[in-house]
Design a protein around this ligand. Structure first.
Ligand code: ATP
Ligand code: MG
Length: 421
């Protein structure tokens, strides 16, 4: 047998097994649970996975193998935002650049890649309406962080892409709302399913996971690290409501009409500032920051600096407990302050909820902490019908409250234009 035919046979064996392909060509050794996923040939694969378990790396390697072993095919990587799709695309480029297959790349840009066998890999954002996806036909569509892609975009723009090619769909995500196609697919018998808690990755230490549990609270830990769907019927801002307000934009502060909310944390809690921009009758969240600092003079000065530097129009602060001196201090410094007392705090949260229901507020996908903070705010109705707000132990509602205060500052200044009028 000639050396050439031996080489061809070796290549065939390696290319026929995605795990061998990863080890021999990509120089990457997958863990056991990744091997199973790599070898899965199902047309519908879903992985509900925890943070940092290695889902993007596995799917990136699997996508390269698919493109190379299926000539003239198109693989689309779709996430809620282009930045997120590009993270997976960058993993693909990293693998390729450090392996011999870089020689089979005939075209590459920041979001597109073509191999000499005619196969393409393309990264795209799902966006709000899926307009960027229309017109693409795919043989494989990968939905990375699928739970955060609008359901309508998946059904109206993503699934039609594979209808004529009888193509493949791989959905991977950390869990989020049960009221979403990701959850329904995960509980449907038609999909090949993987449940991968973060602890599956041997590189993640138990101590790290225990620390995270203490830091972010049991419920969010269950979602993000144990990859378990959790109920949120007690949440005042349920996941589906929050999701309907998430958009893809880069938050920034420059020269807009800005309003801030400042929630002072004290000894135990975080201080939080959220700044929103009022633009075309919509409220756009442009900034949020939470930090620990129990000295309220310094916290107040930080808040005042933010007010001054970004030319904030008005700041809303709770005038309760330590808040009384903060309001005084901010006034002395010359800030335009809206102090609010207990009853108005309830109203500020109700106002925020109405704004969200009316889609008058826009939140960036990037504000993970704010999103989690909103979702942990729970409520009960008292016998008289009023709302009693609380938050789950171990969670931080500070950013959510600061957002409610910032929106209250808008309402107090522009009341008639916006909700609750
Ligand atoms: N088989 C492996 N061997 C060594 N390191 C690995 C392996 N699989 C993944 N990793 C590493 O684990 C880390 C997490 O991987 P990756 O980014 O793929 O996870 P993820 O689940 O997509 O994370 P995120 O939740 O942040 O999206 C990375 O540093 C990656 O290089
Ligand atoms: Mg990832």
């Amino acid at each position: 047998m000639s050396q050439r035919s031996i080489n061809d046979q070796i290549a065939e064996i390696v290319f026929n097994d995605p795990v061998l392909f990863c080890e021999a060509i990509l120089k990457w050794k997958p863990f056991g649970y990744q091997e199973k996923l790599l070898r899965d040939k199902s047309k519908r694969i879903i992985a509900c996975a925890g943070r940092q378990v290695g889902k993007s790396t596995t799917i990136a390697a699997k996508a390269i193998h698919f493109a190379l072993t299926n000539p003239k095919t198109t693989t689309l990587i779709v996430s809620a935002t282009l930045r997120q799709s590009m993270l997976m695309f960058d993993k693909i480029l990293d693998f390729i650049e450090s392996s011999p297959i870089r020689r089979s790349v005939t075209y590459r840009s920041r979001t597109r890649l073509r191999f000499s066998n005619g196969s393409w890999i393309i990264a795209l954002p799902a966006g709000r309406y899926g307009s960027t996806l229309r017109g693409h036909t795919a043989h494989l569509t990968i939905l990375d962080e699928a739970s955060f892609i609008y359901e309508e975009v998946i059904s109206n723009a993503v699934l039609p892409q594979i209808s004529t090619t009888d193509g493949y769909v791989w959905m991977i995500s950390t869990p989020w709302s049960k009221d979403h196609v990701f959850y329904r697919a995960f509980t449907s018998p038609e999909w090949s399913k993987y449940h991968l808690p973060s602890s599956s990755n041997p590189l993640i230490k138990r101590e790290f996971l225990d620390e995270q549990k203490r830091l972010i609270g049991e419920r969010r830990y269950k979602l993000e690290y144990e990859a378990e769907f959790v109920e949120d019927e007690d949440s005042f801002f349920p996941m589906t409501l929050i999701q309907s307000c998430l958009f893809d934009y880069e938050p920034r502060l420059s020269r807009g009409e800005y309003y801030s909310g400042f929630d002072f944390g004290g000894r135990e809690d975080y201080n939080a500032i959220v700044t929103v921009e009022l633009k075309d009758d919509k409220i756009i969240v442009q900034y949020c920051k939470a930090w620990l600092q129990d000295d309220y003079t310094s916290a107040t000065l930080q808040c005042y600096d933010h007010y001054k530097v970004y030319g904030i129009k008005r700041v809303c602060v709770e005038e309760i407990g330590a808040g009384i001196s903060i309001v005084e201090h901010m006034k002395e410094l010359g800030a335009d302050i809206i102090p609010i007392k207990s009853n108005d705090i309830q109203e500020s949260l109700l106002n925020l909820r109405v704004l969200m229901e009316r889609k008058e507020i826009i939140i960036s996908h990037d504000f993970n902490e704010l999103i989690a903070s909103l979702n942990c705010i729970e409520y009960e109705r008292s016998r008289t019908g009023s709302y009693i707000f609380k938050h789950r132990s171990g969670t931080h509602d500070d950013l959510g409250r600061a957002l409610a205060l910032a929106c209250f500052a808008v309402k107090a200044s522009k009341g008639k234009v916006l909700a609750l009028e």
